[in-house]
Every structure is written in C-alpha cells, then in structure tokens.
Design a protein around this ligand. Structure first.
Ligand code: NDP
Ligand code: 8X3
Length: 252
C-alpha cells in the first residue's frame, strides 16, 4: 500500500511544489487550502501524470470546526496518514509594532500557530495509535531572527520552532519523527500576500539575487522523508546562496 501524505496550503508556493514532488515519489496525497478550484486543478494535473490517489479538501485551518469536520472523519482508506506537512501560513503587512494592524496580527497568529495546532491535534492521535508517522513543520529564518517590521510574523515562526521541539518531546515515546524546515526567501505568492496584492512591491523583494524556488524546499522534504527509519533530520535551515541572514543579501 502507498504511503499517505497530508499537505496543508497546497494551492500555491511550497505546498503545491511539495505535492507535485511527493506525487512523483508515489505518495497518495490529501491536499488542503481554501481555494477549491486550485486544489481540483492540482489533483487533475497529478492524476494525469502520476499513478497516485489525491483527496482535495478545501477548508480554512483557522477554524477548528472546519479542521475536524474535514480531517476528523476521513474515508477509511485515507485515515492512516504517514506524513503531515504543516505548511499553510502567511505574513500580512510589515508595519512597525506601534502601527500594527490588529486584523493582520490575528490572521498570522490564527493561521501560523493555531491552524498548525488544530491540524496537528486532529491528525497526530492516529499516528500515536499506529506508533508511526512523520510531521514536517515549515518554519522560517524568521523563526530564528527578527527583522524590522517582522514582529508578529517572526513571533509566529518562533512559535513554530518551539512547537516543533515540543512535538518532538511529546511524540518521542510514540515513535513519531518531527522535522522543522526553515527556509529563507523563497519566490512564491508569499510577498504578494504580505503586501496585499501589490505586485510591484512583491516582485522587488526578489530583485537582484536568485531566491530559493519552491522546488528547492520540496527537494528538502524528499530528503528528510528518505532518511532511514532510525534517522530523524530534526532541523534544516535552507537559504539562497545570496542570503546570509534574515536581512543580509548579496545583490548584484
Ligand atoms: P504562498 O502564499 O505561495 O502559499 C501559502 C499557502 O498557505 C497557500 O496554499 C494558501 O492557500 C495556504 N493558506 C494560507 N492561509 C490559509 C488558511 N487560513 N487556511 C488554509 N490554507 C491557508 O506562500 P508560501 O508557499 O511561500 O508559504 C508556505 C509556508 O512557507 C508558510 O508557512 C510561510 O510562512 C513559509 N515560508 C515562506 C517563505 C517564503 O519566502 N516564501 C520562507 C520561509 C517560510 P489558500 O490561500 O488557498 O487558503
Ligand atoms: C519568509 C521569509 O524572511 O520574509 O518566512 O520572513 S522572510
């Protein structure tokens, strides 16, 4: 039987690239995100190229009700999830703390921390019961360092780092691996979302250097999943060659 991977935030960027890569590796896939049309297109694309099953589930990870409705009562042949990739997330805004927009803060905290917790709380009991599983959390360089205007986004990614350590401790007796993958700048829809649809400002983030591509992170996911059973790659920081810290880039 094929292994099953659940990827949150598969409608764009890292999640989409991870889905396409794991399909090539032969995983059956549960793909989530809010944009149902994009999930259906991706499922169709995978179906045309890879002999794997795909279950697209459109819901908002910020709603515990929606998470449990969709993931708490999966069809029987989808319940034994081997791999959970907690990827859904976003940055909204880049205001200094004294000018922060409360709604932006709520969106980041609710998605990046609470959404990750809701999905993990719903999926991990099955892994515990089977004494097997691998949880991959997508953190960030923003979870190691804080940069101007990054305040709340950086705090949420620091929380993802802390929760990854906590999960590793709590799930250790249950033989579940936990990996944190922390990328630097990756060119996706991330900056378009952060700057609320301002395409020019979003594009300027990646000008003058070669950023990571979503596929680079998908390669890292395959690497950690292909380690021998006794090996847990706990923590990976991955940056473009042109990025040394959260804010130091070699451009030109
Ligand atoms: P994208 O904006 O390209 O993709 C984000 C994904 O998250 C989308 O599929 C989106 O789906 C999903 N998502 C956002 N909010 C929700 C929600 N409330 N419910 C369900 N799904 C949601 O960004 P990236 O691919 O770059 O980001 C993926 C992860 O990588 C994030 O956690 C981000 O913090 C992290 N990261 C990104 C870096 C970068 O430079 N790009 C660097 C380091 C980490 P939909 O809108 O359809 O719901
Ligand atoms: C996304 C990368 O540096 O914009 O997590 O915070 S950064």
């Amino acid at each position: 039987m094929k292994k099953i991977a659940l990827i949150t935030g598969a409608t764009a960027g890292l999640g989409r690239a991870i889905a396409l890569r794991l399909a090539r590796e032969g995983y059956d896939l549960i793909l989530t995100g809010r944009r149902a049309g994009r999930l259906d297109e991706l499922a169709q694309q995978i179906g045309q190229t890879c002999p794997v099953r795909v279950l697209p589930l459109a819901f908002d990870v910020r709603s515990y009700d929606q998470v449990t409705t969709h993931l708490g009562s999966l069809p029987e042949d989808w319940r034994d999830i081997d791999v959970l990739v907690n990827n859904a997330g976003l940055a909204v805004g880049l205001s200094p703390i004294h000018q922060g927009v409360i709604d932006d803060w709520e969106r980041m905290i609710d998605t990046n921390i609470k959404g990750l917790l809701y999905v993990t709380r719903t999926v991990s009991p099955g892994m515990v019961a089977r004494r097997s599983g691998h949880i991959i959390n997508i953190g960030s360089i923003a979870g190691r360092q804080v940069y101007p205007g990054g305040n709340v986004y950086c705090a949420t990614k620091h929380a993802v780092g802390a929760l990854s350590q906590a999960m590793r401790i709590d799930l250790l007796p249950h033989h579940i691996k936990v990996t944190l993958i922390a990328p630097g700048a990756v060119q996706t829809e991330f900056s378009l979302v952060r700057f609320k649809g301002d395409e020019a400002r979003a594009a300027s983030v990646y000008e003058g250097f070669e950023p990571l591509a979503a596929e680079d992170i998908a390669d890292a996911v395959v690497y950690v999943l292909s380690a021998p059973d006794h090996v847990d790659v706990q923590d990976l920081l991955i940056m473009s060659k042109a990025q040394a810290t959260g804010t130091l880039f070699e451009k030109g």
